[in-house]
Design a binder for this molecule. Structure first.
Ligand SMILES: *[C@@H]1O[C@H](CO)[C@@H](O)[C@H](O)[C@H]1NC(C)=O
Length: 293
């Protein structure tokens, strides 16, 4: 009898976790840039905002955030942020227009490197990518941890595309001394061919261009234009994610991948206990039954 109750209690707990969306993934956001980054997070329409939508990360700092399993949205890094004399918070790149540290329902002003997530989507898989469709402002790496199935590999754009940015796509710092971001050709020229709009609004008509190929060559796993899905979308089930800014600040791409993997191994213990609890309860039931015999 006690076993039945225990089993029921554990089962209810799991059911509650699933139905309330409490059962969650962890995003660990790491700043390995030599400068401060202010991450911004925007949930997709109809998805509640996370516990934070914007904060500062000094060099070497990280922040772990709980994310509901069915969350979808995007995450990016804001750079060169400041409070002006009136107390308004603005960033030279990736600004979300809120005027304060936290974002408020708006995404990054392009150009900005974006990490995009749809957790627990089709087939129970998480879909994730790093996109340069809205341009580039800093190197970013996304590493799935503890997940299964799909193609759980690391993705991102780990090179510095600011210094290498084609001259007609460059965004200069206020004093003009350095490139702080690199526009997409769509943003720079507004041409439907670059934007995959108008007559170019289908995968058949919108093809890679000179500019998208430039991005693709530099960052083969990142989205370089709107219909770049085949080589840029990654899938994984029940994973946690480490999102690192400037993963290769001083090292090669290869070692940066393992560094990022080492940064944080936040495992989803709750997921495991929930999956295992029926078996644990069953095991206790069998043990108790055997003992009673
Ligand atoms: C990853 O798998 C998905 C299907 O689950 C597929 O659509 C996508 O093209 C794959 N990504 C890569 C980069 O191979």
């Amino acid at each position: 009898m006690a076993t039945v109750q225990l089993s029921f209690a554990l089962f209810s707990l799991c059911l509650l976790q699933y139905s309330s969306g409490v059962f969650s993934a962890t995003f660990t956001i790491v700043n390995q840039c030599s400068y401060t980054v202010w991450p911004g997070i925007l949930s997709s329409a109809g998805t509640p905002q996370l516990s934070t939508t914007g904060f500062a990360l000094q060099t070497g700092e990280s922040n772990a955030i709980s994310v509901p399993t069915d969350w979808s949205g995007r995450l990016w890094g804001r750079t060169l942020c400041n409070y002006d004399s009136t107390g308004k918070f603005t960033c030279v790149t990736g600004d979300c227009g809120s005027g304060v540290l936290e974002c408020a329902g708006s995404g990054a002003l392009p150009p900005a490197t974006l990490a995009e997530f749809t957790l627990n989507g089709a087939g129970g898989l998480d879909f994730y990518d790093v996109s340069l469709v809205d341009g580039y402002n800093l190197p970013m790496l996304v590493v799935a941890q503890g997940g299964t199935g799909g193609n759980c590999t690391a993705t991102g754009c780990v090179v510095d595309l600011n210094s290498a940015c084609p001259s007609d796509l460059r965004v200069n710092s206020v004093d003009g001394s350095e490139n702080v971001a690199c526009k997409s050709a769509c943003e720079a020229f507004g041409d439907p061919q670059y934007c995959c709009s108008g007559a170019y609004a289908t995968p058949d008509t919108c093809k890679p261009t000179y500019y998208s190929e430039y991005f693709k060559t530099a960052c083969p796993r990142a989205y370089s234009y709107a219909y770049d899905d085949g080589t840029s979308t990654f899938t994984c089930a029940s994973a946690d994610y480490v999102i690192t800014f400037c993963p290769s600040a001083s090292t090669s791409q290869k070692s940066s991948y393992s560094e990022a993997t080492d940064v944080s191994l936040v495992s989803s213990g709750s997921a495991l206990s929930c999956i295992l609890s029926p078996y644990v309860a069953g095991f206790i039931a069998i043990s108790v039954t055997a003992w009673q015999l």
